[in-house]
Write a protein that binds this ligand. Structure first.
Ligand SMILES: [Cu+2]
Length: 155
């Protein structure tokens, strides 16, 4: 079968793009650690406040410069709604919802998860720069959705 020279070039170009995208996907997933927030833990959404660790939401130091922030999402806020960590801290946010689906996003970082009732989601971020970081709900959850926010203060 005869294939025109230019057609061969186009086939190689198209095939090369597919290979480049697959390589980019693997580099993102395995070298840069961009994975979906974990969804392996479950919790009864009606008993969130009685179930550990959500019975005591808040910041917990788990190592040198390493923290766990247990945050309960609800309409229309987060508990706690403010945490403070030193610069360079690696913070693992652990969250679930008491009611409906919420978002948990810190613009400008890799923190962006969906908080689904019944599921426990986690995401880790290292705060290298001081400042105030806003945690926003990016899933429409009702009339006061736009008021749903919390803060991470990095000093
Ligand atoms: Cu919300």
């Amino acid at each position: 079968m005869h294939i025109h020279r230019y057609e061969k070039y186009w086939l190689m170009f198209g095939g090369g793009i597919i290979i480049a995208f697959i390589v980019a996907l693997f580099v993102n997933a395995f070298a840069m650690g961009m994975t979906p927030p974990s969804d392996l833990q479950r919790v009864d959404p009606k008993k969130v406040e009685q179930t550990a660790p959500f019975d005591k939401p808040g910041l917990k130091q788990v190592g040198p410069n390493e923290y766990e922030a247990v945050m309960v999402s609800f309409a229309f806020g987060y508990n706690p709604n403010q945490i403070e960590v030193p610069v360079g801290s690696k913070v693992t946010f652990i969250s679930t919802s008491k009611d409906v689906v919420h978002g948990f996003q810190i613009p400008g970082t890799n923190v962006n998860m969906m908080v689904v009732p019944g599921h426990v989601n986690k995401v880790t971020h290292t705060f290298d720069k001081p400042g105030e970081y806003l945690i926003l709900c990016n899933e429409y959850c009702g009339a006061a959705h736009h008021m749903m926010m919390a803060k991470v203060i990095v000093k």
